[in-house]
Design a protein around this ligand. Sequence first.
Ligand code: MLT
Length: 312
Amino acid sequence: GNGGAEGGDAAGYPEQNITVVVPFSAGGPTDTVTRMIADPMAKALGGKIVVQNVEGAGGTVAAGQVAQARPDGYTVLMHHIGMSTAPALYKDLGYQPLEDFATVGLVTEVPMTVVARKDFPPTTLADLTTYVKANSAKVTLANAGIGAASHLCGLLFQAAAGVKLQEVPYQGTGPALTDLVGGQVDFMCDQTTNTTGQISAGKVKAYAVTTPERVKSLPDVPTTAEAGMPQLAVSVWHGLYVPTGTPPEIVQKLSGALKTALADQAVIDQMAKLGTAPVAAADATPEAHRAHLEEQLTTWAKVISDAGVKAS
Ligand code: MLT
């Protein structure tokens, strides 16, 4: 936060619309998860939630803006694993995850899929690895910018395959998937909350899911371990944040509303259709989220440095 005056009066909160900032384009996985819980959360709070997409730089533009917002509970950030990778990828990040934000609670952890345009020659993950090594100069790998989950998964794929590919950044994997369906880009890693529909409709090819077990809603897609690339293991955890200095009573109200939304059957059903599920209530707390963020910051700093990637 900007260390400004304490937020509004907690007792009457909320007394105006709450903005939940999504750091990627509308229609992508982060946006989809946010819009799933926005109404049930707003109902639980007795207020209104407005979802605002603020794109750019793999989600770091939005995080930087929310870090500077008034700590009054009316600006909330939905973010994901990118909150824990950005410090290792950006030299001048402009915010410190653990200092500039208060955690509200974890939301969901989403599997990733390795998907390609349907006419891309490789038919299996092993073929893909062989193909990209032989064609590294021309294969294009889409992502949602440095620091995005799609970027991290792409980084892990390239490290496992021992190849460096041409990356094509988008403002979100919503638009990236549109280009993949249109055949404008070759392949990408993206979350099941975005790719399930296009995979099931046969509009893109799915090589693998990045979770230890297969995803129920994509039963025919092998895991990366089954497909011979066990190193490619990453799921995208999501959490809600407010600027540091937001009154704890407001944080608790938001966390309570989050838990209510995650227990909403419609949310559970929607998430199941898209290959994911709400976190357990115990993880939708400020403390559990903060502990997870601390551990993830350490974990990904090492993975990124071991992969030879420097902050830029
Ligand atoms: C990403 O990190 O790849 C984002 O989740 C993409 C998005 O939500 O649009």
